[in-house]
Write a protein that binds this ligand. Structure first.
Ligand SMILES: NC(=O)C1=CN([C@@H]2O[C@H](COP(=O)(O)OP(=O)(O)OC[C@H]3O[C@@H](n4cnc5c(N)ncnc54)[C@H](OP(=O)(O)O)[C@@H]3O)[C@@H](O)[C@H]2O)[C@@H](O)CC1
Ligand SMILES: Nc1ncnc2c1ncn2[C@@H]1O[C@H](COP(=O)(O)OP(=O)(O)O)[C@@H](O)[C@H]1O
Ligand SMILES: [K+]
Length: 513
């Protein structure tokens, strides 16, 4: 058997992957079982989990009245444990249970029995909005991350009656599906803090669920970390420790061509797009960028980009000749390419055949809506596709209706043989063998024209400097978000390139959150 995580994409650190892993509910169940098989009783885990929830309540809120909403499974069990601890710390506790206490099983039954022994049978009330009366804080322990159908009946009624009361959610706000972040927002409460155990779950980071989690607190409850070697989770949260060791280093022995030589295809109309991409690549530290521009517009590119070499090309033949330069280390095509321009298809296919890493964005993707397979068949070297959801739906219409953004990106990567970076607030990056990350560094202010061009240029720059494609795509998404955060409100895409060097340098020291 090969060692765990041996097949991670080049440039990705295995120990960091284990730290940042996001576990599906099924994988989390396996981690629980392995820990229990290795000798830690399930009830011990539940006691630690419940205490972490009680601590989260005490850390944030003045002692008062807490409504503890308990469900019929182990999530409810954590609620009973937290209730008992909070009562012992002077809180006034009201507890509502979905279903009958006699039907509880295993650790949850034990936790309920302990609560009743410490208080009385009458302290377990039926779950209803009435429980919320006078509550200064609500503990939501109705359903955990494994939920895959909407809450109904008194669960739905009580959860939707929480309103603006502060909520501490156990594992997930109830109603949120941990596997994919789906939730009915009329029912699922918005938590101030979500206390989850061992590792985050995809639903904590994917929309729409992510916005309901509040601060995510990931607690160590004694789950055996060696379980990760068996489970080998294929999804992680995008953090610098994953890829920092693969960031290109500068060397005194380099010259401008050997520091990365990128070709950027410029189009006839949206000149700003290729300019923004070029600037981002330059700020990522490439030594040389050649912009292959239509002859008529070349002077405009030259004015906008003094430090790039602008080649004015008469026709597609000239463009293809440009790609023959053996010193090129990557090529970017798409930003501002134009969907009508003559020869666009041939130019994209030329880039793919050039046997250097290819980065395809925007129009380079959309113009293949009728024949996506021809795009995938011509790949001669590693390829990165950076679609937003609209572009994605043109290339992968059948995948765009899946209910899980991670699966969309994974299956698109598998089909295309490319690394796929599917953009948005919850950008997902997937490689063809299924490894994937979710990025959470992008502020909503990044939703601005031209930001995608900067991202494509940044990724292209890192790739041209020799960073492996998946690692570079992860780094680019993360750093793009950090730069945007730094730019603050009123961000325009032009702000971003100049903020990249600092973001890159800061990420060289891995920051584990
Ligand atoms: N050792 C461990 O494992 C540890 C686990 N821990 C804790 O366990 C939690 C996971 O526990 P869990 O697996 O019991 O899941 P949970 O969501 O509590 O209950 C599922 C129940 O709800 C029911 N149900 C589902 N949907 C429904 C609906 N719409 N409407 C009504 N009912 C519905 C479902 O019914 P069924 O689908 O079987 O019909 C089943 O009875 C996890 O979040 C963490 O907090 C910690 O203590 C640490 C140690
Ligand atoms: N709500 C959002 N929050 C954070 N980032 C976002 C949001 N919406 C879009 N983005 C990011 O903004 C960028 C927009 O890219 P794109 O749509 O290609 O724009 P353009 O083509 O104009 O450059 C992407 O990096 C995307 O991930
Ligand atoms: K919950």
């Amino acid at each position: 058997m090969s060692s765990p995580f041996a097949n991670l994409p080049t440039g990705i650190d295995g120990s960091a992957w284990k730290r940042q892993a996001l576990l599906t509910p099924v994988e989390m169940g396996r981690a629980d079982s392995i820990t229990i098989e290795n000798g830690t009783p399930g009830y011990t885990l539940m006691l630690v989990a419940g205490e972490a929830v009680a601590d989260a309540v005490c850390d944030r809120f003045e002692t008062g009245t807490v409504a503890v909403l308990c469900g019929p499974g182990n999530n409810g069990g954590d609620g009973f444990v937290a209730a008992k601890i909070l009562a012992s710390r002077g809180w006034s506790v009201r507890l509502g249970l979905l279903g009958d206490r006699t039907e509880l099983k295993g650790d949850a039954a034990q936790a309920a029995a302990d609560w009743v022994a410490a208080s009385s049978e009458e302290t377990v009330e039926p779950l209803s909005p009435e429980i919320l009366t006078d509550a200064t804080v609500v503990i939501d322990a109705v359903f955990g991350a494994g939920l895959n159908r909407d809450p109904e009946g008194s669960a739905a009624e009580t959860l939707s009656a929480i309103g603006n009361r502060p909520v501490v959610a156990v594992d997930v706000p109830s109603g949120l599906f941990g596997a994919n972040g789906a939730c009915n927002r009329d029912i699922t409460p918005k938590a101030a803090v979500t206390v989850t155990f061992f590792r985050g779950k995809p639903g904590h980071k994917l929309l729409p669920g992510r916005v309901l989690c509040g601060d995510l607190s990931i607690c160590d409850i004694g789950i055996d970390t060696t379980a990760l070697n068996v489970i080998e989770p294929k999804l992680a949260l995008n953090r610098p420790d994953l890829w920092a060791s693969a960031l290109p280093e500068e060397s005194p022995f380099h010259h401008k061509y050997s520091r990365g030589y990128l070709m950027v295809a410029g189009g006839p109309e949206m000149i700003g797009a290729a300019c923004l991409a070029t600037r981002a690549a330059q700020r990522a530290g490439v030594g040389m960028v050649t912009v292959a521009a239509p002859l008529a517009q070349a002077p405009l590119y030259r004015l906008a980009l003094q430090s790039a070499v602008v080649r004015g090309l008469k026709d597609t033949r000239g463009f293809l000749d440009c790609l023959e330069d053996a010193r090129l280390t990557a090529a970017l095509i798409g930003p501002g390419l134009g969907d009508e321009a003559a020869g666009s298809h041939e130019r994209v296919l030329g880039v793919l055949r050039a046997n250097i890493p290819a980065i395809l964005d925007a129009d380079a993707l959309s113009i293949f809506a009728d024949s996506p397979d021809s795009l995938f068949q011509h790949r001669a070297a590693p390829m990165l596709l950076t679609p937003h959801m609209g572009e994605f739906a043109r290339l992968f219409p059948d995948l765009s209706t899946l209910d899980n953004k991670v699966e969309m990106a994974r299956r698109a990567a598998e089909r295309s043989g490319a690394v796929v970076l599917l953009k948005g607030y919850d950008t997902v990056i997937a490689d063809p063998s299924g490894w994937a990350v979710v990025n959470d560094s992008a502020p909503p202010t990044l939703a601005v024209a031209g930001a995608g061009d900067v991202l494509a240029g940044l990724a292209a720059g890192l790739i041209a400097k020799g960073m492996p494609v998946f690692a570079a795509a992860c780094a680019a998404a993360y750093l793009h978000g950090v730069a945007a955060d730094r730019a603050g409100s009123g961000l325009i895409a032009e702000d971003l390139p100049d903020l990249l060097p600092e973001a890159i340098e800061r990420s060289r020291i891995p920051r584990v959150r």
